[in-house]
Design a binder for this molecule. Structure first.
Ligand SMILES: NC(=O)c1ccc[n+]([C@@H]2O[C@H](COP(=O)([O-])OP(=O)(O)OC[C@H]3O[C@@H](n4cnc5c(N)ncnc54)[C@H](O)[C@@H]3O)[C@@H](O)[C@H]2O)c1
Ligand SMILES: Nc1ncnc2c1ncn2[C@@H]1O[C@H](COP(=O)(O)O)[C@@H](O)[C@H]1O
Ligand SMILES: N[C@@H](CCC(=O)O)C(=O)O
Ligand SMILES: O=P(O)(O)OP(=O)(O)O
Length: 580
């Protein structure tokens, strides 16, 4: 039996458009001889629909679209569509009103399979909306017994994880039932290294239960989340027999050989060669989809000649085309010569349009207006930040006037410690690199300059051998240039030190004792912890940022702002370690 995997990029809430994508995929599948089509989790509404699920007319609309799809699909195709089903018992037993469901549409009929494990951690919030399914899910098609699992259902293999997160394990239940093949319909967001991790995890399941697995993942950016696709199929020995594109929609066919009781070798797309390459593609996709799905086509950003704005400009050019990216140079009296020359060289390399709006006169206007009020005080952060706020205002004026979306350029290290100006450089609709630590910003720029991708991206004007990010941008010391001779490292630890502490603290949940034991100065560690805690109010007001790590400052980061939790004051010694 031929089975088609449709790696779709739905728009959240566009029920008609998403249904059309499913119909087109089904037609293509049937044209290629497939009997069954797999689509991702919640493919009809897009994942994650969040509180749209609390809107009765949204849920009703999904029901109508599903019925229409059942009527419109090619007669000889069976299609698994990601949707919701109402929990009609909810009013009796107090359960949640919906199930996260895969609907099997075949011969005009609809059969629902309910997701059993509901993730409610990090960015996931499924217990807010859904009741878990209670039974193993499977069906028979042309004598083949097919087990159905939805995303998290396959993330509880105790042997792989060394523990169980949920009492039940849907794959073990399906093995007990005795299915020939398991399909997993997913909307699994990207983080660095996750594509390989998923393959390893499901390989373990396939080998453990000697059962082939087909994994169909959503692709595309939805707000802060990037779905990488990278769907794949494993045979019962755990070998990859088919892999779809990463970071792009795709449709491929795999064949189940009834004689061998296994999947046959199909087409294999190769994996990204490095983490930098993977992150680059993820950010390009996330940026493009955010811009287009919000109804924009053009973006604006401030170009300072620094490395953050240079990387964001390169990403935007690759995502949207050079003619759709507008750079604004806004030198102040404190700006260096190279801030202008480097920004112009970058724009030339990318082929993007720029304008220069010096801000000296506006700064003087602010000074004149505030002179009496500020009389007798020292020049300080208030005056420095005015420059950033003037730039933020000008950029928003340009965005309003020409219908552009403003991209903000802060990286994760700055967002972590609050090294950014509220209503200044934090202005923007999308924070493109807010989950990219500064050290990764450097490695991405170096990778970009060497990468053969430059030759493939037609939006770049220069030829493969020349740099995109000017070498001086990479070599010079980072600076906010808000006062003479200012460098980031006057206020912050060296970025390699800062990023390592932040990764341990935020990503790995390490204690102070563990971070110090890894070689960091305890005074620096305490200072970083305090900076991170104090910057919460800024992050709450920041634009959405594209998530590329396991722990991003976004929907999965829920910290109080008005909190009196003081890591140092409340530190205590347990038997083994100092906890803060
Ligand atoms: N990326 C860069 O390189 C870059 C760019 C710009 C600024 N900076 C640096 O960032 C820093 C910006 O200065 P800042 O942080 O003092 O200015 P800020 O204006 O961004 O934030 C401080 C202000 O936030 C408000 N605030 C404080 N606590 C709050 C809370 N709990 N809830 C709501 N609002 C609260 C107060 O009004 C306070 O004056 C400076 O050190 C500057 O040099 C770095
Ligand atoms: N001189 C500048 N021209 C245009 N845009 C600028 C300039 N200086 C800063 N910006 C914008 O603000 C952010 C943050 O700046 P830092 O140098 O990191 O403080 C920068 O990425 C530009 O978008
Ligand atoms: N742990 C899964 C859960 C996703 C889901 O069930 O939607 C993941 O990160 O991909
Ligand atoms: O934000 P930028 O582009 O000015 O980068 P840096 O902070 O490294 O100067």
């Amino acid at each position: 039996m031929k089975i088609a995997i449709a790696q779709l990029n739905p728009i959240i809430g566009d029920l008609q458009g998403n249904a059309q994508q499913i119909l087109s995929a089904a037609q293509k599948a049937v044209d290629n001889g497939a009997r069954l089509l797999l689509t991702p989790e919640l493919s009809l509404c897009g994942y994650p629909p969040r509180d749209l699920l609390l809107n009765p007319s949204f849920v009703a609309g999904m029901g109508v679209c599903l019925e229409q799809l059942a009527r419109d699909l090619p007669a000889n195709a069976a299609v698994l569509v990601g949707t919701v089903e109402e929990n009609f018992q909810a009013h009796k037993n107090g359960g949640k009103p919906l199930f996260n469901s895969m609907a099997l549409l075949a011969q005009g009929k609809v059969q629902h399979f309910h997701k059993r494990l509901l993730p409610t951690y990090d960015v996931f919030d499924e217990c807010r909306y859904f009741e878990p399914g209670l039974k193993p899910n499977y069906f028979t098609l042309d004598d083949l017994n097919i087990g159905v699992t939805i995303c998290e259902d396959l993330w509880n293999d105790d042997q792989f994880w060394g523990k169980r997160s949920y009492a039940i394990d849907p794959i073990a239940d399906l093995a007990t039932v005795g299915v020939d093949l398991i399909v997993n319909l997913s909307a699994s967001p990207y983080s660095v290294g996750k594509p390989r991790f998923r393959e390893a995890m499901l390989r373990h399941g396939a080998v453990r239960y000697q059962c082939p697995i087909i994994y169909a993942n959503q692709v595309g950016g939805n707000d802060d989340l990037i779905f990488d696709g990278g769907s794949f199929a494993l045979n019962s020995q755990g070998e990859i027999v088919c892999r779809l594109s990463a970071f792009a929609p795709d449709l491929q066919i795999v064949e189940f050989d009834a004689g061998k009781q296994d999947l046959q070798l199909g087409s294999l797309v190769s994996e990204c060669e490095s983490e930098d390459e993977e992150i680059w593609h993820a950010l390009v996709l996330g940026l493009r989809d955010y811009v287009f799905k919000c109804g924009f086509s053009q973006v604006v950003l401030g170009l300072s000649g620094g490395i953050d704005s240079s990387l964001v400009a390169a990403l935007a050019t690759a995502a949207l085309g050079k003619e759709n990216v507008f750079g604004v140079l806004m030198p102040s009296p404190y700006s260096s010569e190279h801030s202008i020359s480097d920004a112009l060289a970058l724009a030339e390399n990318l082929g993007m349009k720029t304008t220069t709006l010096p801000i000296g006169e506006l700064m003087q206007g602010y000074d004149r207006t505030l002179v009496n009020l500020f009389a007798g005080t020292e020049f300080g952060l208030a005056e420095e930040n005015i420059q950033s706020r003037i730039r933020g205002n000008l950029l928003m004026a340009i965005a309003n006037k020409f219908g552009y979306l403003l991209l903000s350029t802060g990286n994760k290290s700055e967002m972590a410690v609050g090294y950014c100006t509220l209503y200044g450089d934090m202005n923007g609709g999308l924070a493109v690199i807010a989950d990219v630590p500064k050290t990764r910003v450097y490695s991405l720029c170096r990778w970009l300059n060497q990468s053969s991708i430059l030759g493939q991206v037609e939006t770049f004007r220069r030829n493969v051998s020349t740099e995109i990010i000017p070498q001086n941008v990479i070599d010079k010391a980072p600076s906010a240039e808000l006062k003479p001779g200012q460098f980031d490292q006057d206020s912050l630890p060296a970025y390699d030190v800062l990023d390592d502490i932040l990764q341990r603290l935020i990503g790995n949940h390490q204690s102070v004792a563990q971070i110090v034991a890894a070689g960091h100065d305890s005074v620096v560690v305490y200072r970083v912890i305090q900076m991170v805690a104090r910057a919460e109010f800024k992050r709450k007001q920041a634009p959405p940022g594209l998530k590329i790590s396991d722990r991003a400052f976004g929907t999965g980061w829920r910290m109080p702002i008005a909190s009196s939790w003081d890591a140092l004051k409340n530190s205590y010694q347990t038997k083994n370690r100092l906890c803060v």
